[in-house]
Design a protein around this ligand. Structure first.
Ligand SMILES: [Zn+2]
Ligand SMILES: [Zn+2]
Length: 326
């Protein structure tokens, strides 16, 4: 039997270095804040409902709203790493047993520092120790949209980095009222995090749904491992664009759990925005949600499949018209 292809190497976190005392204070201070057990959103105070789950893009379980806390989660779960085999500068932060929608943030270790894309609820002292001792110091954390806001303020405070959230989704940021100056950058349009990392507002799934573009061709090759890594553009897309399970194509949904498709003009808008960027690989914020090569072409093909399947075709220019019956 052929061997199954492995895209990640698992690394367990052992606390070889100590997390900064200030980080442990942040974790202890936020340990009892309510965290929604379905979507992982952390709130500043106890409440009956979770607005993120009440919204049709998520769901409240039939058994009712459930709450937990970071303290409770940290005692029963742990973080581990999945290092990408093709590009060792990319690491996913996984949680076991898995929690909420299995958010799996991605760490990019670039020549200008390291960046975290998206967030999961669980953050433990061994993870803080790991992230504060990366080969390239951590510079910032950025979140794609509200389904990944989770405990991101705890992360950013514990790690001592600024958090980037798109301004159009500020109303969904549950801890917005307790922010101190400059802790969160509410950005619009495009936002550069470094020479090679750009956040791009695309909209669709949420008004501020964003993707991250890493121009790997611009990275100096400082080690043998870096030299072997791909030098093509990488897009991290979260739910703005969904990588299909076969890892060859894409689709678009306004609500993934409730299977409500995205408005076709929004799909065209996303395509137009992304056509400005050079990319060959695309990944969602979960393991094995990659299109490893040829992603720009398969993206365009997927847009055509989507339009056709939802009953539309292109008229003159980019105007959408109902598909003619054949
Ligand atoms: Zn929720
Ligand atoms: Zn989402």
């Amino acid at each position: 039997m052929p061997r199954r292809r492995q895209f990640y190497i698992r690394e367990d976190l052992t606390e070889v270095s100590r997390p900064p005392p200030r980080a442990l204070e942040v974790l202890a201070g936020d340990a009892d804040l309510p965290v929604c057990a379905t979507c992982a959103t952390q709130y500043p105070a106890a409440r009956a409902d979770c607005p993120v789950c009440e919204d049709p893009r998520q769901w409240v379980p039939g058994t009712g709203q459930e709450w937990t806390t970071l303290g409770e989660l940290a005692s029963g779960k742990r973080n581990y790493l999945l290092r990408d085999v093709e590009d060792p500068r990319i690491t996913l932060i996984a949680t076991e047993p898995s929690f909420a929608i299995s958010q799996t943030p991605i760490v990019l270790e670039t020549s200008e520092g390291s960046f975290i894309w998206d967030c999961a609820a669980v953050i433990t002292p061994p993870l803080v120790a790991h992230l504060t001792h990366l080969r390239r110091p951590l510079k910032a954390m950025a979140i794609s949209h509200p389904h990944f806001f989770s405990t991101s303020l705890t992360w950013a405070r514990a790690l001592g980095v600024p958090l980037y959230i798109n301004a159009l989704d500020k109303e969904w940021y549950a801890r917005a009222a307790s922010l101190e100056a400059d802790e969160v950058v509410f950005w619009s349009g495009t936002q550069r995090l470094s020479a090679n990392i750009t956040l791009i507002e695309c909209g669709g799934h949420f008004p501020g749904s964003s993707v991250l573009h890493w121009d790997r061709a611009g990275e100096p090759l400082t080690s043998e491992a870096d030299a072997r890594a791909p030098d093509t553009g990488l897009l991290l897309v979260a739910d703005t664009v969904m990588v299909q399970p076969a890892q060859k194509g894409f689709t678009f949904m306004w609500s993934y759990p409730n299977m409500i498709p995205l408005h076709p003009p929004d799909v065209l808008r996303i395509q137009k925005i992304l056509s400005e960027y050079d990319f060959d690989s695309v990944s969602g914020t979960w393991p094995d949600r990659w299109v490893r090569t040829g992603a720009a072409r398969s993206f365009d093909e997927s847009v055509e499949t989507y339009l056709s399947a939802t009953g539309w075709e292109r008229g003159r220019g980019d105007e959408l018209v109902p598909k003619r019956k054949v």
